[in-house]
Design a protein around this ligand. Structure first.
Ligand SMILES: *Cc1c(COP(=O)(O)O)cnc(C)c1O
Length: 400
């Protein structure tokens, strides 16, 4: 290999040596509470399929039916020839669900952040960003060219301090935060962040990827949860988690969405969501609108699993949502734990740096409305057995 490319070999070796190399598992069945991996059924505790909708028959039926009418490919970017009536219908239904004037659908949650931030701020402007924001918010902010000022995690007073230090800058200002922080399951103190933004004349956006279908009435998200309708300029959402499909969206006023449609580069330069995606998402929104049964089941399962894990003496952090981080310390420990779970029939991947800070590697358990309480009771027992064998229970837990 040429000298110039040796860094690739070296970096791969380093990742492996430090336990940071991600082994990708292939799932040989439909996404669900139980999946087949390497020919064996395993309990799935690490997908974002919060409501079990990924393989719901109503969603699959709708996708099939709409393919018969509209085909599959959108054929173009939205702004040229890729806006089909299902796209428009989905946007209208999402806005209705979220209680906003308008919505715009893009290809993914990641793309939604890339669509939202650069049109709002640019070179010479300021973004005030929670220090633990999701990578896609960070990348969107970098792409915008604005100066990024980080504030301490979930700290409205910390945000106010940074806003105060730049209060005389005449530029545009944007506060950006995750709604639910996915690695710890904690929720942004959005009412206080909104007040701070309003006090300093800054715009505010929230990325509600893990709150969509989880928080608020019937899963309407963090803005609904806190009753902040009309006070958040941009709500970013994903259709890839609780909605069980793929895609992202942005909700706001008619004027805001009109503006973003004109400016957002993923909307202008990348083709629209496919028809089966749109159809399946339409079915998901309708299911969520009809009943909060799945959302309630998700929360009940989350509470049950957390109680069991706490009882067993695990360090499960301070999650306020069904997300349950099982904090284990070093990346190598979390990886070994995950491998032993796998041998015992449980699929739960380890998460380490750079997704979480060094020394706080974990197994992040994602319960779903589709799990049966008995699945979770059995899982907690297996965690307990391995935790005991690896000395990760009670006072010795965490290594933080
Ligand atoms: C998962 C996630 C995304 C990305 O969503 P995709 O639809 O998978 O691209 C964006 N932001 C946050 C906070 C997320 O958790």
């Amino acid at each position: 290999m040429s000298v110039e490319k040796r860094f690739i070999t070296e970096e791969l070796a380093r990742l492996k040596a430090e336990g940071l190399y991600t082994t990708i598992r292939t799932i040989e069945s439909a996404q669900g509470p139980w999946v087949t991996i390497e020919g064996r059924r395993r309990l799935n505790l690490c997908s974002n399929n919060y409501l079990g909708l990924c393989s719901d028959s109503r969603i699959c039926d709708r996708a099939r039916a709409m393919i018969d009418v509209f085909g599959v490919g959108p054929g173009a970017v939205r702004t040229i020839a890729g806006t089909l009536s299902p796209h428009v219908e989905l946007e209208r239904k999402l806005a209705e669900f979220k209680g906003t004037e308008a919505s715009m659908v893009v290809q993914s949650g990641f793309c939604a952040n890339l669509s939202a931030v650069p049109p709002l701020v640019g070179k010479g402007d300021l973004v005030f960003s929670d220090e633990l924001n999701h990578a896609s918010i960070i990348d969107a902010c970098r792409l915008s060219g604005a100066t990024i000022l980080r504030y301490p995690h979930n700290s409205p007073s910390g945000l106010r301090e940074v806003l105060e230090s730049r209060k005389d800058d005449p530029c545009r200002k944007l506060v950006a935060t995750d709604g639910v922080f996915s690695m710890d399951g904690d929720v942004a103190p959005l009412p206080d962040l909104v007040e701070a933004a309003e006090a300093y004349g800054a715009m505010i956006m929230v990325d509600d990827a893990h709150g969509e279908g989880v928080l608020g009435r019937g899963g309407r998200g963090i803005v609904d949860h806190f009753g902040l309708h009309g006070r958040v300029d941009v709500e970013v959402g994903t259709l890839s988690k609780a909605f069980g499909v793929v895609g992202g969206f942005i909700s706001g006023t008619v004027e805001m969405i009109d503006y973003l449609r004109q400016k957002a580069r993923p909307n202008l330069f990348s083709s629209a969501l496919t028809i089966p995606d749109v159809a399946a998402n339409l079915a998901s929104v309708e299911i969520l609108k009809e009943s909060d049964e799945l959302v309630r089941k998700l929360w009940a399962n989350g509470r049950l699993f957390k109680e069991l894990m706490k009882k067993h003496g695990f360090d499960i952090g301070h999650s306020e949502t069904p997300i349950t981080p099982v904090i284990l310390g070093e990346a190598s420990v979390a990886k070994e734990f995950s491998a032993r779970l796998f041998e015992e029939g449980i699929f739960a991947q380890a998460i380490a740096f750079p997704t979480v800070p060094k020394g706080s590697a974990r197994i992040r358990v994602m319960v779903s409305a589709a799990h049966e309480p008995a699945d979770l009771e059995r899982a907690a027992e297996v965690f307990e057995k391995i935790g005991r064998e690896m000395g990760k229970l009670g006072a010795t837990a965490g290594n933080r």
